[in-house]
Design a protein around this ligand. Structure first.
Ligand code: PEP
Ligand code: MG
Length: 575
C-alpha cells in the first residue's frame, strides 16, 4: 500500500528510485564519565577537530569541479566553525572545570551554539546555520568515537536519499548521477538541501516533517519536486504514470536549456527582455545561469531584513556593486526600500496599524524619513559606476510623491558629484505601478520617468480590494480578468506614448497564460523568478506578436478571468 507524504517543493523535476536512508551511526557516549587528565582529554578534542578539518578539506577537494564557488565556501564555513576559538575555549573550560569527557564537552558546547542560532526565529538565514554547527559537531563526534558516518560517496546505484536534513558535506560527497531525488523531514526553500539540490538539478522535496519515519531502505520512492509530493512504495501504475511525467519534464527542460544564451525574441523577430527578480546579490549567479537578460527587480528590502541593524551606506554599496558586477554588463533594476505591509523591520518598529497594506509603507516611509532614503540612494549612485543601473520607487500613488522622490535623488547626486563629476548621470529612474491611481494616471506619470515596472501582486490586491495574504479571498487574485487586462493595456500604451519603457515584475510576468496577452499589448520586459526564465523564453519564440495582439484584444472583450484562461489555453493548445 503506497504512502503519500507532502512537503515543500524545493527543486524541480521528478525522481523515482529505491530509498537510501541516511542514518547516522550511534554516537552516544557515557555521559557520567569523569576524566583525570584534562590536558590529555582536550588533546583528544584537538585531534578530532583537526581530523575533521582534514576530512572536510579532502571532501572539498573532491567536490571542486562538481560545485560552484558559493557551495565550496560552505566547507570553509565549516572549517571556520571547527577553528572557532570561542567554541574551543568553552570546550576546554568545560573539561577543565567539570572534568567532563571530550565527547560530553563537545556535545554540550556545540548544542548550545546550535540552539542559540535556531532560536533566531526572526533571522531565517542565521536560523538555518544551526544545521551547519550540528553537521560539524557530528563529524567531530564521529572522530572522537572512532565511528564512520554514512558513506554517501560510496553510493553507486540509483537512489532517493531520505534524511532528516541534508548537509552540504552530504551533497558534495554524492555522485549526482546516482541520486534521483532528495527528501527530508526538515528545511525550507532556502536551506542548504534545497539550494544544493537546485544547483545539482536533483528533484527535491524538503520539510516533509516525517518522511524518515515513513520510508525504509530499498523501498521505491517517487519524488515530485514540482508539486512537493512524495510517494513511498508506489503501485506499478503510479510508477508508470510518474515515469512518463518525468520523461516529459526532462525533455522539456533540455529544450529550454538550449536557449540560455539565446535572445528573448518572438516568432516574428520582435525583441523583448526576460529578466530575473532577486532578493540578494547572491541570487545573481542563478539569474546568470538561467540566462536572464538582466535583473528587473532587486527587492532591496531583503538587505534590510537580513540585517540586525539599518544597513550602512557602505554595506549597501557593496551589495549593489556585487549584484551589478555579477550581472556582467546586463542591466540591474534596484527597487528602493519597500518595507511595511507584510515586511517588517525588527530594528525599526512601525506603528500598529489597522490596515498595514494601506498604511505607512515603502516610498511613504522613505519620503517621511529622508535620512534612510538618502543613505540608500547614495549607495546606489556610487554603485552605478560598476555597470548599468536603474532605480525604481515602489508604491508611488501621486505625481507629488514621484516628484519628491526624484528631487531627493537629484540632491544625493548633486552632493556626490561635487567630488565625482558625472557620477550617476547614466542611472535610469522608474516607478512601480502598484497603486490604482498611478495606473489610471499613467500618461502623466510616464512623462516623468524612464520606465514603469508593473507590480501586479500589489496592483491586483488594490484593484480587487483583496488582501494578497488572505486565503479566504485568494479567488480574487485574477490577473486575467478582462477589466484588469484593460488597465494593464492602458498602462503599457501610456508608457509607449511617451517613449517610456514598460516592464512588469509581479508574478503575472512569469505566468504562462498571461505571456501571449502581455506580448500582444507590447510589454517590453518580463521580470520573474529565475527558474521561470527559460520556459518563458521558449514559449515566446513560438508566439507571433500579431496573433498575440489579436488575442489580447479578444481577451479584453470577454467577461471573466476563467473565460480568458480558457481562450489562451485553447490558443496555446494547453489542456
Ligand atoms: C508586486 O507588488 O507585484 C511586486 C513585484 O512587489 P512585491 O511583491 O515585492 O510587493
Ligand atoms: Mg509590491
Amino acid at each position: 500500500m503506497s504512502k503519500d507524504v507532502k512537503g515543500i517543493a524545493a527543486s524541480d523535476g521528478i525522481g523515482i528510485a529505491p530509498a537510501y536512508l541516511l542514518i547516522d551511526p550511534d554516537l552516544s557516549y557515557d555521559k557520567d564519565k569523569k576524566v583525570e587528565d584534562t590536558d590529555a582529554e582536550y588533546a583528544r578534542v584537538e585531534k578530532a577537530f583537526n581530523d575533521s578539518i582534514d576530512e572536510l578539506q579532502k571532501i572539498k577537494e573532491n567536490a571542486k569541479g562538481r560545485l560552484g564557488d558559493e557551495e565550496l565556501e560552505v566547507f570553509d564555513a565549516h572549517i571556520a566553525i571547527l577553528s572557532d576559538p570561542e567554541m574551543l575555549g568553552q570546550i576546554k573550560d568545560d573539561i577543565n572545570n567539570n572534568k567532563t569527557s571530550a565527547e560530553a564537552a563537545v556535545d554540550k558546547v556545540t548544542t548550545n551554539f546550535a540552539d542559540m542560532l535556531a532560536a533566531m526565529t526572526d533571522n531565517k538565514y542565521m536560523q538555518e546555520r544551526a544545521a551547519d554547527v550540528k553537521d560539524v559537531a557530528k563529524r567531530a563526534m564521529s572522530h572522537l568515537l572512532g565511528k564512520q558516518l554514512p558513506n554517501i560517496a560510496g553510493i553507486d546505484k540509483p537512489v532517493v536519499i531520505v534524511a532528516k536534513e541534508i548537509t552540504p558535506s552530504d551533497t558534495s560527497q554524492m555522485d549526482a548521477k546516482f541520486v534521483k531525488g532528495i527528501v527530508t523531514d526538515l528545511g525550507g526553500r532556502t536551506s542548504h538541501a534545497a539550494i544544493m539540490s537546485r544547483t545539482l538539478r536533483i528533484p527535491a522535496v524538503v520539510g516533509s516533517e516525517n518522511i524518515t519515519e515513513n520510508a525504509q531502505n530499498g523501498q521505491n520512492v517517487i519524488v515530485d519536486g514540482l508539486h512537493g509530493d512524495i510517494i513511498v512504495d508506489p503501485s506499478d501504475d503510479q510508477i508508470k504514470d510518474y515515469q512518463a511525467k518525468a520523461d516529459a519534464f526532462e525533455k522539456e527542460r533540455a529544450e529550454w536549456a538550449k536557449l540560455v544564451d539565446a535572445p528573448s525574441v518572438s516568432k516574428d523577430g520582435k525583441h523583448f527582455e526576460i529578466a530575473a527578480n532577486i532578493g540578494t546579490p547572491d541570487d545573481v549567479d542563478d539569474a546568470m545561469k538561467q540566462g536572464a537578460d538582466g535583473v528587473g527587480l532587486f527587492r532591496s528590502e531583503f538587505l534590510y531584513m537580513g540585517s540586525d541593524h539599518m544597513p550602512t551606506e557602505d554595506e549597501q554599496f557593496e551589495a549593489y556593486k556585487k549584484a551589478i558586477v555579477g550581472m556582467k554588463g546586463k542591466p540591474v533594476v534596484v527597487r528602493t526600500l519597500d518595507i511595511g505591509g507584510d515586511k517588517p523591520l525588527d530594528y525599526m518598529p512601525l506603528p500598529d496599524e489597522m490596515n498595514p497594506f494601506l498604511g505607512y509603507r515603502a516610498i511613504r516611509i522613505c519620503l517621511d524619513r529622508p535620512e534612510i532614503f538618502k543613505t540608500q540612494l547614495r549607495a546606489l549612485i556610487r554603485a552605478s559606476e560598476f555597470g548599468p543601473l536603474s532605480i525604481m520607487f515602489p508604491m508611488i500613488g501621486t505625481l507629488a510623491e514621484l516628484r519628491q522622490a526624484k528631487k531627493i535623488f537629484a540632491e544625493c547626486k548633486d552632493e556626490l558629484q561635487k567630488d565625482h563629476p558625472g557620477l550617476g548621470d547614466d542611472i535610469k529612474l522608474g516607478m512601480m505601478i502598484e497603486v490604482p491611481l498611478a495606473a489610471i494616471n499613467a500618461d502623466k506619470m510616464a512623462a516623468e520617468v524612464d520606465f514603469f515596472s508593473i507590480g501586479t501582486n500589489d496592483l491586483i490586491q488594490y484593484n480587487f480590494a483583496a488582501d494578497r495574504g488572505n486565503d479566504a479571498v485568494s479567488y480574487l487574485y485574477q490577473p486575467l480578468n478582462p477589466a484588469f487586462l484593460g488597465l494593464i493595456n492602458h498602462v503599457i500604451a501610456a508608457a509607449h506614448r511617451h517613449g517610456t519603457k514598460a516592464a512588469m515584475c509581479g508574478e503575472m510576468a512569469g505566468d504562462e497564460l498571461a505571456l501571449p496577452l502581455l506580448m500582444g499589448m507590447g510589454l517590453d520586459e518580463y521580470s520573474m523568478s529565475a527558474s521561470s526564465i527559460l520556459r518563458s523564453r521558449s514559449m515566446m519564440k513560438d508566439l507571433d506578436t500579431k496573433d498575440c495582439a489579436k488575442l489580447s484584444e479578444k481577451a479584453m472583450e470577454l467577461d471573466t478571468n476563467e473565460e480568458v484562461a480558457d481562450l489562451v489555453k485553447k490558443e496555446l493548445n494547453l489542456d
